[in-house]
Write a protein that binds this ligand. Structure first.
Ligand code: ZN
Ligand code: ZN
Length: 406
């Protein structure tokens, strides 16, 4: 397939370039050259002068999440059906790769690979690992039952492990079950009931044990944590990506740069929670916590940018894929458009360890591509909505959406 007549969005340069043609073969970008590519037999697709850019990457979603009224606990089959719908929505919103931060497992990944679900390329964490009373413990303060699969754990996105031996075993088990990366809860959370945001969860020894197990399995740890103190503990333990990190300060940002640690912020979810947490079935008190972390979130992102921390794009979304692009609008308050787009392309690709293969239009990369009406560098809102401004979406060189002729 030969793509012609487009403006190429060079994400690294932060510029549009004209006069290129792009040859796709076996799902990959085989040639990308200025001028005419001679490819006899190729199907020629005229993109009508639109923008050609890499598919977007979201480094923090939850496909498999149960909190939804009226039932606090739902059947796994029903949740999986919902996940299938969410996956389709994500892809149709331009996200060709997503990293799950707890809940989705190897089965979800396989379902996409085998074509049972239409959706983005997936990097799954299995269940997030939490201490008792931590962010992954779904019990309310009034619940005195022991955590068990029948009552609690099918409802949550996590699993409980306390002490170094249990943490090691939990990491090993998630790796056995096919996790691409390991998720741990290293501090308090917005949607859980027994742990204020500034709680520090897991001991230094437990954090280090999780990292050690992940590293020996050739993978890494992503850690849920909000405060600067919590982030510093994670860096020292060898965590690779900091999830949320809203209360990041200057000193901690410098530490992140030195250690090569990524920030994985996600802000749009707090706006949704601040407005409608209780209506969505979250515990009372969630709205107030969400407002608190949203208020400082863009400040943390600005501090990260000034210090040179690599920050990926993320939304923490579960069932509202059409709102994922709104994250760009919130970030636009502190990020220039090119940086905003790099988070969802180049840096996202680094986070999932697929540099040069995704998040870029280049020879040798997968043909995960968006054909956009308009210029995202001058109007980032063309990346919002459920592909509203995307005339075509390609995944592995195949059109999953094509309205070019319309
Ligand atoms: Zn989290
Ligand atoms: Zn999350």
């Amino acid at each position: 397939m030969l793509l012609t007549n487009f403006a190429l969005l060079d994400v690294a340069a932060g510029a549009l370039k004209s006069g290129y043609q792009c040859l796709i073969e076996d799902g990959m970008i085989r040639r990308l050259e200025r001028g005419r590519i001679d490819a006899a037999g190729a199907e020629v697709i005229d993109l009508g002068g639109r923008t050609l850019m890499p598919g977007l990457i979201d480094c923090h979603v939850h496909l498999y999440r149960t909190l939804l009224p009226p039932a606090p606990v739902m059947l796994p089959s029903l949740i999986t059906a919902l996940a299938g719908q969410t996956l389709r929505g994500m892809l149709m919103s331009g996200f060709t790769t997503v990293r799950d931060a707890g809940g989705a497992d190897f089965g979800h990944k396989k379902a996409v690979e085998l074509g049972y679900f239409t959706g983005p390329r997936l990097f799954v964490a299995g269940r997030a690992i939490s201490q008792t009373g931590g962010h992954g413990d779904p019990r309310s303060p009034a619940d005195t039952r022991e955590p068990c699969a029948c009552v609690h754990l099918t409802a949550g996105i996590g699993r409980l492990a306390d002490g170094v031996p249990e943490v090691r075993k939990a990491v090993r088990d998630e790796i056995r079950l096919g996790a691409d990366q390991i998720k741990i809860m290293a501090g308090g959370g917005v949607s859980s009931q027994s742990d204020p945001i500034d709680n520090l969860q897991y001991s230094d020894e437990e954090l280090a044990a999780a990292v050690d197990e992940a590293r020996r399995a050739r993978t890494y740890v992503m850690a849920h944590v909000y405060t600067a103190e919590g982030i510093r503990r994670c860096i020292e333990a060898g965590v690779r990506t900091i999830e949320h990190g809203n209360f990041l300060d200057e000193d901690t940002a410098r530490m992140m740069v030195e250690a090569g640690v990524y920030l994985s912020p996600n802000l749009v979810c707090y706006r949704v929670l601040a407005e409608q947490a209780v209506a969505l079935g979250y515990p009372v008190g969630t709205e107030e916590k969400a407002r608190e972390v949203l208020a400082v979130g863009t400040r943390g992102l600005a501090i990260a940018r000034r210090a040179g921390v690599k920050a990926s794009f993320g939304t923490d979304m579960s069932r509202t894929p059409h709102l994922m692009g709104d994250e760009f609008l919130i970030r636009a308050e502190v990020l220039p458009p090119a940086d905003n787009i790099r988070g969802a392309t180049l840096i996202g690709a680094e986070v999932v360890r697929m540099e040069g293969k995704i998040g870029v239009v280049a020879e040798g990369a997968h043909a995960d591509l968006l054909v956009v009406d308009g210029d995202p560098l001058s109007d980032i809102s063309v990346l919002t909505g459920q592909g509203t401004h995307m005339a075509a979406i390609l995944q592995g060189g195949r059109f999953v959406k094509n309205t070019l002729a319309a």
